[in-house]
Design a protein around this ligand. Structure first.
Ligand code: CMP
Length: 143
């Protein structure tokens, strides 16, 4: 079954959006497979965003991600990578539709509340980085 990596960024945690965001993924029908409440250091944040290291906003992005605790999650379900990105909305909140997480809760691309893997392959890499101990298997008795 497809999995994706979802991170509630420090602004999402500080603004009290954790329950709201988790609720949106749960109510859609996806299954929570892993969750960590952690603060990461600079080296780890730079690894997560290594593909963006040449971007002018890279240092600011890393500062933002290490500025406070984040919620790192693995969600599972049919087409969860693509559908998860739809639930999250466009990267720039100016372009994200109302009804999406960023469309409802963000106005600034530099404080856009949440991250979701952009492809199945990047999800695999991000899950391996954030959950190197692996993801425990479980099945919901509701399904
Ligand atoms: P995310 O989905 O985590 O993927 C990369 C992140 O880089 C993105 O969300 C934003 O937080 C950040 N980002 C992308 N473009 C810009 C930009 N122009 N200025 C500041 N931050 C950006």
């Amino acid at each position: 079954m497809e999995q994706t990596f979802i991170m509630i960024k420090p602004d999402g945690v500080q603004r009290g959006l954790v329950g709201e965001i988790i609720g949106r993924f749960e109510k859609k029908g996806f299954t929570l497979k892993g969750l960590k409440f952690i603060t990461v250091d600079r080296a780890f944040a730079e690894r997560h965003y290594a593909d963006l290291s040449a971007k002018p906003f890279f240092n600011g992005l890393v500062e933002y991600i290490i500025s406070g605790p984040i919620v790192a999650m693995v969600w599972e379900g049919k087409n969860v990578v693509t559908t998860g990105r739809k639930i999250i909305g466009a990267t720039n909140p100016a372009d994200s539709a109302p009804g999406t997480i960023r469309g409802d809760y963000a106005i600034d691309i530099g404080r856009n509340v949440i991250h979701g893997s952009d492809a199945v392959e990047s999800a695999r890499k991000e899950i391996a980085l954030w959950f190197p101990e692996g993801i425990a298997e479980w099945s919901s008795s509701l399904n």
